[in-house]
Write a protein that binds this ligand. Structure first.
Ligand code: ADP
Ligand code: F6P
Length: 325
C-alpha cells in the first residue's frame, strides 16, 4: 500500500448546505487528529479558499456539532472558481498554507470544483453533501434523509387539512434539477401525483383528468407533490381549481427542508464518510470520491465519478404512480 505524504488536511463545505455536514466535518477533524495529522478549516467553500479564510481546527473546534444542522464552516457559491484561473489560484493558496490534501463536502457542482483542484495538483477527496440525492456515483448523500423526513412530516400535515376541506393540494418540495425528494415523498406520503423534472411532460390536462376521476371515485383529497424544478405551484393551483371546480391550494415547503437536526442515519453515514476520507488519504490514495453503493462504503476516482450519470429509478417512479391510483 502506498505510504501517505499527507500531514495537513484542509476541509471545506460548498454549495447548498445539508444536515449532517457538521457530522462529516467532525469526523474528518477527529480522525485526522487521532492519526497525528493537522487540520485546517476553509471557511465559505471555494470563495473562502480564494479569500484565504483558513483557520486551524482541533478536536474542540467540532465539539457540540454532531447534532446541529447547517455547516459550522459556512458555505458559499463562487463564480470565480468556475473560471480557469480560479482553481489554479485555489491550488496555489492550498500550497501556500501547507495543505497536502483537501476534503470537499458538497454536491455535484462542488465536485466539479474538486475535480479542477485535483487537476491543479491538490490531492482532493469529495464527500457527497446534498439534500438532492443527485450525485451519480452514490446511493446516499449527506442530508437527504433529514430533508426527505422533514418534507414527509410537512406533507402529512397538509394532507390532514386537505382531507378535512376536501381540497386538492399542490405541495412543492426542493430539487431544482432532481426529483428524488418528490419521488420518495410521493411514495411515503401516498401522493396521488408527483411531478419531477426528470419525467414531467408538462401535460396539465392529464393531471386534471386524474383529479376529476379520483373525486368521482370518492377520494376526499388529491395530493400533488411538485418538485422545485417544475415550480409554478401557485399558478398551477389556480388553473386546476378553474378546470376542476375543486378548491386547490399550493404550499411551498422551502428552506426548512435544508435545515434542522440531522437524522440518525445522516449523522452515522456522514461520520463514516468523513472518517473514510481521512483513511484514504492516510493510505496514500489520491483524488477520490467517497460513496455508498450496493450497501457498502466505497470510493471512486474523482474524474471517473464526474463522468457517471444518474437517473430516477424507473421502477420506483412506476410504484409511486401505481400506488397513487
Ligand atoms: P452543489 O455543490 O450543491 O451542487 P453548486 O452547483 O452551486 O452547488 O456548486 C457549488 C460551487 O462549486 C460553485 O459555486 C462553484 O464555486 C463550484 N463549481 C461548480 N461547478 C464548477 C465547475 N464546473 N468548475 C469549477 N467549480 C465549479
Ligand atoms: O441544496 C440543494 C438545493 O436545495 C436544490 O434543491 C435547490 O435547487 C438549490 O439547493 C437551491 O439553493 P439556493 O436557493 O440556496 O440557491
Amino acid at each position: 500500500m502506498a505510504q501517505s505524504e499527507v500531514k495537513t488536511i484542509g476541509v471545506l463545505t460548498s454549495g447548498g448546505d445539508a444536515p449532517g455536514m457538521n457530522a462529516a466535518i467532525r469526523a474528518v477533524v477527529r480522525t485526522a487528529i487521532n492519526k497525528g495529522l493537522k487540520v485546517k478549516g476553509i471557511m465559505r467553500g471555494y470563495a473562502g479558499l480564494l479569500q484565504e479564510e483558513i483557520v486551524d481546527m482541533n478536536s474542540v473546534s467540532v465539539s457540540e456539532t454532531i447534532n446541529r444542522g447547517g455547516t459550522i464552516l459556512y458555505t458559499a457559491r463562487c463564480e470565480e472558481f468556475m473560471t480557469e484561473e480560479g482553481p489554479k489560484r485555489g491550488a496555489e493558496i492550498c500550497r501556500k498554507h501547507g495543505l497536502d490534501a483537501v476534503v470537499v463536502i458538497g454536491g455535484d457542482g462542488s465536485y466539479r470544483g474538486a475535480g479542477k483542484l485535483a487537476l491543479n495538483g491538490i490531492n482532493t477527496v469529495g464527500l457527497p453533501g446534498t439534500i438532492d440525492l443527485d450525485i451519480a456515483c452514490t446511493d446516499y448523500t449527506i442530508g437527504f434523509d433529514t430533508a426527505v423526513n422533514t418534507a414527509m412530516d410537512a406533507i402529512d400535515k397538509v394532507r390532514d387539512t386537505s382531507t378535512s376541506h376536501e381540497r386538492c393540494s399542490i405541495i412543492e418540495v426542493m430539487g431544482r434539477h432532481a426529483g428524488y425528494i418528490a419521488l420518495w415523498c410521493g411514495i411515503a406520503n401516498g401522493a396521488e401525483d408527483i411531478l419531477i423534472p426528470e419525467r414531467y411532460d408538462g401535460n396539465e390536462q392529464n393531471l386534471i383528468n386524474h383529479i376529476i376521476e379520483n373525486r368521482k371515485r370518492g377520494k376526499k383529497h388529491h395530493i400533488i407533490i411538485n418538485a422545485e424544478g417544475i415550480g409554478h405551484s401557485t399558478s398551477m393551483a389556480r388553473r386546476i381549481e378553474a378546470a376542476t371546480g375543486i378548491e386547490t391550494r399550493a404550499t411551498i415547503i422551502g428552506y426548512i427542508q435544508r435545515g434542522g437536526t440531522p437524522t440518525c442515519k445522516d449523522r452515522v453515514y456522514a461520520s463514516i464518510m468523513g472518517a473514510t476520507a481521512v483513511r484514504l488519504l492516510c493510505e496514500g490514495k489520491k483524488n477520490r470520491i467517497v460513496a455508498y453503493k450496493g450497501g457498502q462504503f466505497v470510493d471512486f476516482d474523482i474524474q471517473e465519478a464526474l463522468q457517471m450519470k444518474k437517473d430516477i429509478p424507473e421502477d420506483q417512479f412506476e410504484i409511486s404512480r401505481l400506488l397513487g391510483r
